[in-house]
Design a protein around this ligand. Structure first.
Ligand code: IPD
Length: 265
């Protein structure tokens, strides 16, 4: 119901605000790597863990029957039909190095479908939000994608995974794509990249190998701003491939990525 969505939005905004402030105000000067995951460059810091703990603690207290899926291990089914999908720091490598492009990403799914998305970007003082069917907003401003240019004039964001083989394949795709577009940006946070499509700072975005917590909130925000999102031709956005762009650009971009085999390593 709309009331449920409103409640979930308010909670997501509050959790993201608290986590964003924690991360912004308490970044240790000597912040190091607490653990590695899929490879030596796939890192977790103590602040990723602290942020996820704050978010899940807050939400579980407010809504004890909800499920969770978090990048740093939160995983539970819940019994309410609501599941929170959380990236406590999207752009961990940027955060580790003191670069500004990192975000807190929180989505709420009802019966498996994202209905609320919040992406908090403390370094920009920006909070992106969307409710399914209710549009996407940055503060008071309703967001709309840029009028899409032809592919040759498009500014396209992307990102790379943490596995050597995957990166080699991603570099191959770029070798063909780069000469065919205005330029490429690798910002370092998929959640921010998707919000940048939503607010017209990028024309399009694609990446292979994302996890649901990287895109759940950002993809809803992009869609509610008028972007099309998807994966391989005809398939929904998935860890295989995530593509987002204004409708006139989406199809040529997705076609080219399909032809280049951008969904596999
Ligand atoms: C990463 C960022 C990055 C993308 C990687 C993600 P993390 O998320 O979104 O832009 O290229 O694929 O893993 O690890 O910083 O939460």
């Amino acid at each position: 119901t709309d009331r449920l969505q409103d409640e979930l939005l308010a909670l997501a905004l509050e959790a993201a605000r608290r986590a964003g402030a924690l991360l912004r105000d308490n970044r240790p000067a000597d912040l190091g790597v607490a653990a590695t995951k899929t490879s030596a460059i796939d890192v977790v810091t103590e602040m990723d863990l602290a942020s996820e703990k704050l978010i899940t603690g807050f939400l579980a207290e407010e809504r004890p029957d909800d499920g969770f899926l978090g990048e740093e291990g939160a995983s539970s089914e819940g019994s309410s039909g609501v599941r929170w999908v959380i990236d406590p720091i999207d752009g961990t490598v940027n955060y580790l190095y003191g670069l500004p492009a990192w975000a807190v990403s929180i989505a709420a799914e009802v019966d498996g479908e994202a209905v609320v998305g919040v992406v908090e970007v403390p370094s920009r003082g920006e909070t992106f939000r969307a409710v399914r069917g209710g549009g996407a907003y940055l503060g008071d401003r309703r967001l709309a994608v840029r009028p899409a240019p032809p592919l040759e004039q498009a500014l396209i964001g992307t990102g790379f995974g943490y596995l050597t083989e995957r990166r080699a394949a991603q570099a191959e795709v770029l070798r063909t794509l780069l000469p065919r577009v205005r330029d490429i940006r690798r910002g370092g946070s998929a959640a921010i990249d998707l919000c940048d499509v939503a607010c017209g700072r990028l024309d399009g975005y694609y990446e292979r190998g994302l996890n649901p917590w990287d895109y759940a909130a950002g993809a809803l925000i992009a869609r509610e701003a008028g972007a099309q999102t998807g994966g391989r031709l005809g398939a929904p956005l998935s860890p295989d491939l995530a593509v987002a762009a204004g409708p006139p650009l989406f199809e040529p971009l997705q076609d080219l990525l399909e032809a280049l085999g951008a969904w596999h390593d």
